[in-house]
Ligand binder design. Structure first.
Ligand code: FES
Length: 140
């Protein structure tokens, strides 16, 4: 299973989602049906079947982050990007509010793609996201 998940992550890293042609290719390589592979993909919330945004922002809403004002961070990010749990119109960002990201002692926690940002406050979160906006504009 670990090898299969690694393959799916590599495809998603390359395309930003899992194109059907790649799903068929991986299913054939693994000797399973496309339906079986879809079942695995849809079990994991971090795989996407269509483009969702270049930068996927996840903000933890679980208890430890919650008592450290994660809601304030989330609200500021929502206002800044003008989205709530969805993708920005420019296709640059997707915002998700999620359960524990495994860094409870350092919250509030936000991840952008695979990078972890800890001990956030609203201003720090916006500063970080603004740097990604600049990266996105440079690579547009
Ligand atoms: S509670 Fe937020 S990372 Fe665990």
């Amino acid at each position: 299973m670990e090898v299969l998940l690694d393959k799916l992550h590599k495809v998603q890293d390359e395309f930003g989602f899992l194109p059907e042609s790649e799903i068929v290719r991986i299913a054939n390589e693994q000797g399973i049906t496309k339906s079986e592979l879809f079942g695995i993909i849809t079990f994991y919330s971090r795989f996407y079947l269509q483009p969702v945004g270049k930068f996927v922002i996840r903000i933890c809403k679980s208890l430890s982050c919650g008592i450290n004002s994660a809601a304030d961070v989330r609200q500021k990010v929502e206002e800044h990007l003008e989205i709530r749990n969805g993708s920005s119109k420019d296709g640059l960002f997707r915002l998700e509010t999620v359960e524990c990201l495994g860094h409870c002692g350092e919250g509030p926690i936000m991840t952008i793609n695979d990078k972890i940002y800890d001990k956030l406050n609203p201003e720090k979160a916006i500063e970080i996201i603004t740097s990604y906006q600049h990266k996105g504009e440079e690579n547009a």
